[in-house]
Design a protein around this ligand. Structure first.
Ligand code: SAM
Length: 298
């Protein structure tokens, strides 16, 4: 089975506006689909890639212009400094999990397979989805399901988990389904479980914290005219990307100088996000929620 089909491939490459001699970073290497295409556009340039998943690292590309770093991208700046790679000409992030991670039944990312509720992208970290379900307070469970999954009845869901785990710990996908089955609206099962799983995955991998770290560091590592290209897959991610590209901050108004001119670190190349066309959506179900935003460092 294909490891992962790259989403919005041409649009990302166009967005990076590649200088064949430049230095590029793909912070979400996965199956390497985007990385391989970037390499095709380089002559003497270099590509650094990050992925925190041991499985992804097995897809390493043999090319002397390529370096793969098995690390969380929240350490971007330190590692690029270590490799003497700063400043860079462009950064690509294709967030979330790969199809391979979903399809690998044993890791607990997907509702389709009964497995231990793990969901760690980096197996060297400690917290698993089962730990969250069995140890978080009812209040914290409610918060993560509401915030990260936009689950309507997050209070009822948290209550069901909290009470069910007193009888029996929730260790597997089927344990979780049994514990929360009553909270699910008929006919909406798949969507509901997808929201629950998304929330757990975001919390396990601290995905929004890592994204914020990455976006702030992108300001330091990109050279003037360098491109930031990000594909996100849900509204919480997209909001962070949109705000940083618009104002250089995650919240609040755009700052202005004495004359009323906006002071922003990026020029937005996309005002509205680019989304896949019907053809790509038909071929690749993972493309459906993708939103691509591009900005240029001033
Ligand atoms: C959507 S996939 C990328 C697919 C890739 N663009 C391709 O064409 O094959 C996301 C990848 O990023 C990795 N990832 C997600 N968050 C990460 C983080 N904070 N640090 C490092 N890698 C991360 C995941 O392990 C996964 O392999």
């Amino acid at each position: 089975m294909e490891y992962h089909k790259p989403v919005l491939l041409k649009e990302c490459i166009d967005g990076l506006n590649i200088n064949p001699e430049g230095i590029y970073v793909d912070v979400t290497f996965g199956g390497g689909g985007h990385s391989k295409e970037i390499l095709k556009h380089l002559t003497t340039g270099k590509l650094y890639a990050f992925d925190q998943d041991e499985e992804a690292v097995k897809n390493k590309i043999n090319d002397e212009r390529f370096v793969l770093i098995k690390q969380n991208f929240k350490y971007l700046k330190n590692f690029l400094k270590m490799y003497n790679a700063l400043p860079i000409d462009g950064l690509l992030a294709d967030l979330g999990v790969s199809s391979h991670q979903f399809d690998e039944g044993g890791r607990g990312f997907s509702i389709r397979f009964d497995a231990k509720l793990d969901m760690r992208m980096d197996v060297n970290t400690k917290l698993t989805a089962a730990d969250i379900l069995n140890t978080y307070s009812e209040e914290d469970l409610k918060r993560i399901f509401k915030m990260y999954g936009e689950v309507d009845n997050s209070g009822r869901l948290a209550y069901a988990i909290y009470h069910s785990r007193k009888e029996k710990q929730i260790e597997t996908v089927n344990d979780l389904k049994a514990a929360i089955g009553k909270c699910v609206k008929r006919g909406r099962e798949n969507q509901y479980y997808a929201q629950v799983f998304q929330a757990l995955r975001i919390e396990v991998n601290k995905e929004l914290d890592a994204l914020q770290d990455l976006l702030l560091q992108s300001l330091d590592v990109l050279k003037e005219g360098g491109r930031l290209v990000v594909i996100s897959y849900h509204s919480l991610e997209d909001r962070l990307v949109k705000n940083i590209m618009r104002s250089g901050k995650f919240e609040g108004e755009v700052e202005k100088d004495f004359y009323g001119n906006q002071i922003t670190p990026f020029k937005q190349i996309t005002r509205k996000p680019i989304t896949p066309g019907d053809e790509e959506n038909a071929e690749n179900s993972r493309a459906r929620s993708a939103k691509l935003r591009i900005a240029e460092k001033k």
